[in-house]
Design a protein around this ligand. Structure first.
Ligand code: SAM
Length: 402
């Protein structure tokens, strides 16, 4: 698909073998989780935990071979089998560096109602209100790095890889994120930290482990607090940005220093779930397919009543990811003009993000149906990006002419 995008239809283990050593800058991928999601064959566990880990490890070994030293991978996982994913990639030789947690409000609990499982009413009554599952509200993205060769600085200079694009992924804020030379510091039981100097930060908040969706449910978990005390789930997050309200900081006269980090969800990167435009744009010529989202074991759907029942969709992939999230993840780990690889492309959401960010992209998908959808979506995204760039050039020319 032109010079910048290559889509490969087939098994990723075969297709990865055709890529050169050290030719890729970043891997951003949403692989199977091994839970047979919606009964899909591609998500089955390959015979058991060990078999699945061995299979995933073999893919991760190939990814390690094709990425440059110091290159990062962001690999999606669910809490239930995240340790399988983590083990597989670590066994392959990747260094686990971190995790990004995507917190959303749309999951629904696929829980067994115990009371209803017991026929005898005298016995079932006491099990009213008992179930088997929590409500899914979080997904994880493992952050791995291929070991660097010498130092990070040398690695970056030689290969362009090894570091994270912190400034490029900061969370914009209108708040003043303070700023003071502190001579007295009362955090963590220490009286003085003369070496600890805060400088004014006008660039936005440091990208963190947490990415939120904008559901009222999630936003309400992070209420705005003005009293200097971190609330609820904010308590531990208070320090994430180097100056949350849970951390008391004083200036040399003992006066409380004004700083950002007030307790609100605005401190985190917001990412709404993929909307219908994001899901379907470019897929107008794909034959729509019925997708069963009813509340059945293994089905997605969500608490949002609009998401339930049978839907007819051009992009029928059951696990698409929002472009805003994929753009941010690609930007975080890919150097300028870099090449992003997704060996489990599905309907191409990583590719959409990569193209949006101006990166090159290689995507691999084995299911023909999803491959066609990805091709349509990414063709559309390339055209959109092209038009965006033309408009940008025109804007600049206009400015120049004025
Ligand atoms: C979780 S989905 C990715 C969805 C994607 N993020 C999107 O937004 O559409 C994982 C994809 O990996 C594909 N897959 C599974 N095993 C594969 C393999 N061995 N080689 C290539 N693709 C594979 C599946 O068909 C599925 O589309």
């Amino acid at each position: 698909m032109g010079e910048k995008v290559t889509l490969l239809h087939g098994d990723c283990l075969d297709k990865l073998k055709g890529l050169d050593d050290c030719s890729v800058d970043a891997v951003v991928t949403d692989p199977p989780a091994g839970i047979a999601f919606m009964g899909k064959d591609w998500d089955k566990d390959k015979g058991g935990r060990d078999e699945w880990i061995a299979w995933m490890e073999s893919v991760a070994v190939e990814c390690l071979r094709v990425i440059k030293p110091g290159g990062h991978a962001l690999v999606w996982a669910i809490p239930r089998t995240s340790h399988w994913t983590g083990m597989a990639w670590e066994n392959a030789g990747w260094a686990p560096r971190d995790k990004v947690y995507h917190i959303f409000g749309s999951g629904f609990p696929k829980s067994l109602n115990i009371e209803k499982q017991i026929e005898d009413p005298t016995l079932s009554k006491q099990w009213e209100g008992w179930g088997t599952s929590l409500k899914p509200n979080a997904e994880e993205w493992w952050l791995f790095r291929k070991p660097i060769e010498t130092t990070v600085a040398e690695n970056v200079l030689k290969h362009g890889t090894g570091a994270l694009n912190i400034d490029g992924c900061r969370i914009k804020t209108d708040e003043k994120l303070v700023v003071n030379k502190l001579e007295k510091w009362s955090g963590f039981g220490q009286e003085k930290r003369p070496d600890y100097e805060m400088t004014e930060n006008t660039k936005g908040r440091w990208p963190s482990h947490v990415v939120l969706d904008d559901s009222p449910e999630v936003v309400s978990m992070f209420p705005v607090s003005k009293d200097g005390v971190a609330h609820g789930s904010n308590a531990s997050a208070g320090n994430v940005y180097g100056g949350g309200k849970g951390l008391k900081v004083e200036d040399k006269d003992g006066k409380s220093v004004g700083y950002g980090g007030e307790g609100s969800a605005a401190r985190f990167f917001y990412c709404a779930k993929a909307n219908q435009t994001d899901r379907n744009e470019g897929c107008e010529n794909i034959t729509p397919k019925k997708q069963d989202l009813s509340r059945k074991e293994g089905n997605p759907g969500g608490d949002n009543p609009r998401n339930r029942g049978v839907k007819v969709r051009n992009n029928s992939h059951p696990t698409i990811k929002p472009i805003a999230l994929m753009s941010w993840l690609c930007r975080l780990i890919t150097p300028p003009n870099g090449l992003v690889l997704d060996p489990f492309m599905g309907s191409g959401s990583t590719g959409k993000g990569a193209i949006q960010e101006g990166f090159r992209f290689i995507g691999i998908e084995k299911e023909a149906e999803y491959f066609e959808i990805a091709k349509a979506r990414l063709t559309h995204q390339q055209e959109k990006k092209h038009i965006e760039e033309i408009n940008k050039t025109q804007d600049t020319t206009d400015l120049f002419e004025e």
